[in-house]
Design a protein. Structure first.
Lengths: 567, 403
């Protein structure tokens, strides 16, 4: 059914273009004409804002000087990404208390004397009582960016009423405002990104995401924050229903400085940087490593990513081989390199012949994927397999004996390779270790803090290994193997889609993900282009055909042509 | 006899000569990139290029070489509390204070005039009790090999010590203060003023000294730079020095000096050079509080593990030494005088009395006192500012791969 359907629509577009009716091109028509295979839509979602998204949204709406102080409920990693987990988790009662406390604190800052003149659009006639007109103006200013869609008239009335009653009770206009603002900030409409559908004009029985929901998807993918005023205005005008209107907004955001936040957010999630929250090193073993080093290590990689992939717009695969990065003095002590700047960052180039290049030789990888007091080829190999190649490594059996691996002082097994070789003699362990150890052992030239070494316990380290049939002698070779491995590219593509959509690519999405992979290759493996491709795709906004209660709610008969088509 | 070796400081003419010399030797070229850093001590073969940060720098301890009763047969120089007690008339107060050290210190602090540490020469000077032992660590700074050094045009007469390694050495600072509570680490007073406060200050980031060593491949001739740094000396949270830190040299040329040296095997020695080391002491009120060591020379072993250890000897400027060690805490100095066990007038008088170098032709007095410091260091990247022509030209461009 599908190919025929697609073909028909493609011809229809050509016909429309031919007769000069571009304005008539609707969203539901155009996408199939751009070579994009169809993919079944994902469920309508409520996705909880990540901590970074919450913070960035508050900063964008109220200003950078409004402090967000509080503990966020932990996020959950699902299918390899927190972004997928965010669409599967809710808020616990204890978590809501935290959101409420943060909302109170933020609201207090908004109305305090140091911020109110800048943030509020009006001053009350009298500060000791209600002023519904001014309150209404305040909520009109903030409700749209906070809820990412215009509030209903009833909601506005309710907010004004709450603020008025609280102002009278406290004899303080600003206390009243604060009261209502707390409600807005603690509302699910702010804490969650809520999808809303609307009927497709001219196609009875069909639903689509409304413009504001589309704006949210675009904005959180590209800039990791709430839609800005221009994007919301485009949504209000219905611009996002057209390919041209959508492209204008996507290109604008990708060209803006805010795009850096989008790239950073994705790679933080993709590389599992939430684990930095729990990173500890034994100070007796690695005295130069501390929390500030850890913070710099994470930032170093994100700066490398932004510089290479966004600023220089280069090939994603070069991330595994690049000699360029950024350095602080704290990091310089671990890398053993001179850093000129007394404070802050400076560009750094690892010379040809240096044992370090690429993402895998950075502290954010070598130290993050190690034990507190020693390196771990197994943990590093597992991270390469799972994070960068999207492969699944099963957990070790419950009864496994780690004694040989953990005893680094055993004179018979001086290096990790020797210890793991002994460990692999146990049949229950051999299977997995054969998969994870070879790439992990290539990073043994870096200790548990990421410091370069050539020996362990006086024995020379052999950093040779193999990955998916590609052999290498060291970390540089491993980086090149990942650079050349199609699996690392397809993993990135798959992960970025999952990150964007908050769900995995389903069984029916094989063609679509293949199309995306091909597009990525055609674009020279440029990440911003891949983000654009996803944001421009139909699949990104696709929702399932209405069934059951949803269909009934929307007044749609269950059996519709589109429903049939997507089966 | 008694002539102090020539020394040179970093200066325009000397700098130009050095650049020409190094360029002629064919080693300046690789260092001409814009940024600057010394490699850590485990240097590759492409020339000598090593950087160090000093992790320990204290006047050498000779106390363990001699028994107390031999070194200080006259006893210890009285501290402020004892001097104050002696000045009291016999009676109940004197009896009470003689029994209670805390009360004695409190009374002495209350009674003392803080000015005594700002202008110590204006106050009564009870003499310091000198060290009588013959053996001490030191360096032969003036070349005289007799025990009784008669002095000369630039030096003053003094007695030499015998080095534990043999030979006559100078260390008049030890002669003057080896029997002073504030200096002797073995004495059970409030602790050793120099050791506790100055090494503590270094750990607090108030005094950082950098050294770099550069030279052509396979040459024993090297150039050695001494610098203050405003960056804290890198210690970990267990107080242990850390390696491979990048530390910038001071922007102030006063705190930079370069001299010629020899690196034979692992042992580095240098020609004499005047050294100013910035000391960001909490009570600093002018530039009095800095180390100013004239005609300083270094002897240090550069170890394969990246550490270095040795001695630095020279003539410590008397006024600077006084204000750096004894008078630095003004106006709170009486508390230190009493609790650490010294008096400012005696300390100043002692420095003047035992000074043996840099004779002032006008006064005929010596302005420098021979002193030997124990020094320890660990490898670091010594960063030179880009706009510092000579040192940047000489030390720039350590390859990042070198470690």
């Amino acid at each position: 059914v599908f190919p025929k359907f697609k073909l028909t629509r493609g011809y229809l577009i050509l016909a429309l273009l031919a007769v000069g009716l571009p304005a008539a091109i609707g969203a539901s028509f155009v996408f199939q004409g751009h070579g994009e295979p169809a993919m079944a839509g994902g469920p309508i979602k409520m996705r909880r804002l990540s901590e970074a998204q919450y913070r960035q949204s508050v900063a964008d709406i109220f200003g950078e000087d409004i402090k967000v102080v509080g503990r966020f409920e932990p996020e959950a990693r699902r299918d390899g990404l927190l972004a997928v987990g965010d669409s599967q988790i809710g808020v616990s009662p204890a978590g809501f208390e935290q959101y409420y406390a943060m909302a109170r604190d933020i609201s207090a800052q908004i109305v305090d004397p140091t911020h109110r003149d800048r943030l509020l659009p009006c001053a009350p006639h009298a500060v000791d009582t209600r002023d519904d007109g001014c309150a209404q103006a305040v909520f009109q200013k903030f409700a749209l960016p906070l809820f990412r869609r215009p509030p209903s008239e009833a909601r506005m009335k309710e907010l004004v009423s709450i603020a008025g009653r609280a102002a009278e009770a406290h004899k303080d206009f600003y206390a009243g405002l604060q009261f209502a603002l707390v409600g807005m900030l603690a509302s699910p409409d702010f804490i969650f990104r809520v999808d809303v559908t609307e009927p497709v004009p001219g196609e009875p029985g069909k639903l689509r995401l409304d413009g504001y929901s589309q704006a949210m998807r675009i904005s959180y993918l590209l800039v990791n924050s709430s839609p800005d005023a221009e994007l919301l205005a485009a949504a209000a005008r219905g611009d996002l229903a057209t390919r041209r209107g959508r492209a204008k907004q996507i290109d604008r955001l990708l060209a803006s400085p805010k795009a850096e936040a989008g790239i950073r957010a994705f790679f933080s999630d993709f590389l599992g940087f939430d684990e930095f929250e729990h990173l500890e090193k034994d100070g007796a073993v690695y005295p130069a490593f501390n929390q500030k080093v850890a913070r710099d290590a994470k930032e170093q990689t994100l700066r490398t990513v932004v510089d290479l992939l966004l600023t220089r717009h280069e090939d994603y695969r070069d991330l595994f081989t690049t000699h360029d990065t950024f350095m602080t003095r704290r990091l310089g002590m671990i890398y053993g390199v001179p850093v000129e700047s007394r404070s802050g960052w400076e560009p750094f180039h690892f010379a040809e012949g240096d044992p370090r290049a690429g993402l895998l030789a950075q502290i954010s990888f070598t130290a993050l994927h190690s034990h507190p007091g020693r390196s771990s080829p197994t943990i590093r190999g597992k991270a390469i397999r799972e994070l960068l190649l999207c492969q699944i490594v099963p957990p070790p059996p419950n009864n496994v004996n780690f004694a040989v691996v953990q005893d680094t002082s055993n004179p018979n097994f001086k290096t990790a390779r020797e210890r793991l070789t002994a460990h692999r003699t146990e049949a229950t362990c051999a299977g997995c270790h054969r998969i994870v150890d070879p790439p992990g052992l290539a990073l043994e030239s870096f200790d548990g803090a990421g410091q370069f070494r050539t020996e362990e316990n006086g024995a020379t380290i052999d950093a040779g290994g193999e990955l998916n049939g590609r052999k290498f002698n060291d970390a540089i070779g491993l980086g090149q193997a990942l650079h050349d491995d199609p699996a690392s590219v397809s993993c990135l593509v798959n992960s970025l889609y999952r990150y964007a959509a908050g769900r995995t690519v389903g069984v029916g999405g094989k063609d679509w993900i293949g199309w995306l992979n091909q597009g990525f290759a055609d674009d020279g493996y440029r990440i911003p282009d891949l983000m654009r491709r996803i944001a421009m795709s139909e699949a990104f906004y696709a929702i399932p055909a209405p069934t059951g209660q949803i269909a009934a709610f929307a007044g749609i008969p269950e059996s519709t042509p589109s429903h049939e088509a997507q089966k | 006899v008694g002539k102090i070796s020539k020394y040179r400081v970093e200066a325009g003419r000397g700098a130009l000569a050095a650049i020409i010399a190094l360029t002629a030797a064919g080693i300046a070229g690789p260092y001409c990139s814009a940024s600057a850093a010394s490699e850590p001590a485990a240097a590759p073969s492409a020339g000598i290029n090593r950087g160090y940060v000093v992790t320990y720098f204290q006047t050498a301890h000779s106390f363990s070489l001699t028994k107390d009763e031999e070194g200080c047969p006259d006893g210890y120089t009285p501290g402020l509390a004892e001097v104050t007690l002696d000045s009291l008339p016999a009676g109940r107060l004197k009896d009470h204070l003689a029994k209670s050290q805390p009360d004695r210190i409190a009374w002495a602090v209350r009674a003392a005039n803080p000015e005594r540490c700002r202008t110590p020469w204006n106050f009564e000077r009870p003499p310091v009790r000198e060290v009588h032992s013959k053996v001490a660590f030191g360096m032969n700074l003036d070349g005289v090999t007799a025990e009784d050094d008669p002095g000369g045009d630039t030096t003053c007469a003094h007695k030499k010590f015998v080095s534990p390694a043999g030979g006559m050495v100078d260390n008049q600072f030890y002669r003057a203060f080896g029997c002073t509570h504030a200096y002797n680490v073995n004495h059970d007073y409030s602790g050793n003023l120099v050791e506790d406060q100055h090494h503590g200050a270094r750990k607090d980031g108030e005094m950082t000294i950098l050294i770099d060593v550069r030279g052509a491949p396979n040459s024993e001739d090297v150039e050695v730079g001494f610098y203050s740094s405003e960056d804290p000396t890198p210690f970990n949270n267990q107080g242990k020095p850390m390696q491979k830190a990048s530390l910038s040299i001071s922007d102030n040329p006063r705190y930079r000096a370069v001299t010629h040296g020899k690196l034979v095997g692992t042992v580095l020695t240098t020609d004499p050079v005047d050294l100013h080391f910035y000391f960001n002491w909490v009570h600093a009120h002018d530039d009095s509080e800095e180390y100013f060591i004239r005609a300083a020379r270094l002897r240090m072993e550069l170890r394969p593990d990246g550490t270095a250890k040795g001695s630095l000897g020279g003539y410590w400027d008397v006024d600077k030494a006084f204000f750096t060690i004894f008078g630095h805490a003004f106006p709170y100095t009486p508390l230190e005088e009493a609790s650490f066990g010294y008096t400012c007038p005696a300390a100043y008088a002692g420095l003047r009395k035992y000074a043996d170098g840099f004779k002032n032709p006008k006064t005929g007095q010596c302005d420098g006192i021979s002193t030997v410091f124990d020094i320890e260091a660990t490898q670091a990247f010594v960063i030179h500012p880009k706009d510092q022509d000579r040192r940047a030209a000489v030390t720039a461009g350590a390859p990042s791969s070198a470690r």
